[in-house]
Design a protein around this ligand. Structure first.
Ligand SMILES: CC(=O)N[C@H]1[C@@H](OP(=O)(O)OP(=O)(O)OC[C@H]2O[C@@H](n3ccc(=O)[nH]c3=O)[C@H](O)[C@@H]2O)O[C@H](CO)[C@@H](O)[C@@H]1O
Ligand SMILES: C=C(OP(=O)(O)O)C(=O)O
Length: 430
């Protein structure tokens, strides 16, 4: 078993470099399927979700070459296969983007239902509604989603999303760039990664307007051609390290960020008494005094991101007074609360609302990551806690954080990766 062992209670000082955004990279890499020629993609984060999506493209027949640690060249010109392997696709959420990209490229796709963090139901009905409106037949058989454009090519149309969905907005965009005519997505998501995908596709020759607003217009073009593109910095990775400084104390320059994307997080940290100073492409985060209570509700961008909800909860556990946290996106994103309670946190959950009574200190405990951001929040709690925290199931964290142990050690955290023989092997030895 591999776990993180953290000796908490040390403030953090120094600088942390932020990697490319997970939720942009896992859409832009499948988008290379639409391009005729070589796409050079830079600022790719070294995380397991990216490795998986690159493996899927290779399995489909793409030529993937590593240029350096953060750059790959992808050439999908010779792909003829539109069936995605089940064992890879089920491990990540972003495999759903292969439906839109393959439909756009070949007019057909066979993709297993996606995996990803478990927040209760994660339907993709809005993605399918969009594909059907654009002239595709979609059904599920033998554990696979089968999608086929009846006219051989997707047809532009108007799609109104019943709910603001990041995945549906980007998937419909992928299926529309090579479609016949104009597609209009209404009630579209506005997250930075939606804009990044549109910018990537436009840089390869697509004609997309309005990304970042709630109406996106995509005029279909005959072909996309190769080029190079650099992925935006990860808003959530940056927010996670900002939260770590807020919880543990200290002063850290979080570098290579777009401060505008962080404003929703910065605003809450300021309310809690944390100093945040914006620079051109960095934010300086400093916490010396006590933390003040606040209320937080997660919402689609530009609201406070749901992917920062567990991390802000870790700080609120240490803030003076009672805070109310409302999850506005997912039905069940509080599965980590029992683990926090083992560290002395006082949290009551009722449906989508968590009431957090601040405590003076958290104490180290053996806890288990239950999903990606919950795992990151446990790291934050461990850094702030007195004593030793051991976090298992860290593969969840490695889906989305490049070198988290090295980055935190670089600012003075006492965090190590420890590999122990699993229970089965110990029993064999004994
Ligand atoms: C790989 C990736 O980018 N994952 C992110 C993406 O997930 P994902 O794309 O799965 O999330 P969505 O934005 O689609 O989901 C938002 C809400 O819409 C609902 N919904 C969504 C689609 C649909 O067809 N029907 C439907 O009812 C969901 O249940 C949820 O309540 O956005 C989420 C919301 O910012 C983030 O937490 C995830 O980190
Ligand atoms: C929920 C997340 O990821 P995914 O949708 O890939 O499970 C996340 O990035 O916080």
């Amino acid at each position: 078993m591999t776990k993180y062992v953290i000796h908490g209670g040390r403030p953090l000082f120094g600088e942390i470099d932020i990697s490319g955004a997970k939720n942009a990279a896992v859409a832009i890499i499948p988008a290379a399927l639409l391009v005729d020629g070589v796409c050079r993609i830079e600022n790719i984060p070294q995380i397991s979700d990216v490795t998986l999506i690159l493996n899927i493209l290779q399995d489909l027949g793409a030529d993937v070459r590593t240029v350096n640690r953060t750059t790959v060249d992808i050439d999908c010109s010779h792909i003829r296969n539109a069936r995605v392997p089940e064992e890879l696709a089920r491990k990540i959420r972003a495999s759903y983007y292969l439906i839109g990209a393959l439909l756009g490229r070949f007019g057909s796709a066979e993709v297993p239902p996606p995996g990803g963090c478990d927040f209760g139901g994660r339907p993709i009905d809005q993605h399918i509604k969009g594909f059907v409106a654009m002239g595709a037949d979609v059904d599920v058989q033998g554990g696979y989603i089968h999608a086929r454009a009846r006219a051989g090519r997707m047809q532009g149309t108007q799609v109104y999303l019943d709910i603001v969905s990041v995945g549906a907005t980007m998937n419909i965009m992928l299926s529309a760039v090579l479609a016949q005519g104009m597609t209009v997505i209404e009630n579209a998501a506005k997250e930075p990664h939606v804009v990044d995908l549109a910018n990537f596709l436009n840089s390869m020759g697509a004609d997309i307007m309005g990304a970042g607003t709630d109406v996106i217009k995509i005029r279909g073009v005959a072909r996309l051609s190769g080029g190079s593109y650099s992925i935006i910095p990860d808003q959530i990775e940056a927010g996670t390290y900002m939260a770590a400084v807020a919880a543990a104390g200290g002063e850290v320059l979080v570098k290579n960020v777009i401060p505008k994307h962080l404003e929703c997080i910065t605003a809450k940290l300021l309310e809690m008494g944390v100093a945040v100073e914006e620079r051109d492409d960095a934010v300086l985060v400093c916490r010396t005094g006590n933390l003040t209570r606040t209320n937080v509700k997660t919402l689609p961008y530009p609201g406070f991101p749901t992917d920062m909800q567990p991390q802000i909860a870790a700080i609120l556990c240490l803030a003076e007074g009672t805070s109310v946290l409302t999850e506005g996106v997912w039905d069940n994103r509080y599965r980590y609360v029992d683990e926090f309670r083992r560290m002395g946190a006082q949290i009551q959950v009722d449906g989508k609302i968590a009431v957090i009574e601040g405590v003076e200190k958290l104490t180290g405990a053996r806890i288990r990551a239950c999903d990606l951001r919950a795992g990151a929040a446990m790291v934050i709690a461990g850094l702030a806690a007195q004593g030793t925290t051991e976090i298992s199931n860290i593969y969840h964290i490695e889906r989305g954080y490049e070198d988290i142990v090295r980055k935190l050690s670089g600012v003075g955290a006492d965090i190590r990766v420890v590999v122990t023989p699993d229970a089965g092997k110990q029993a064999q030895v004994g």
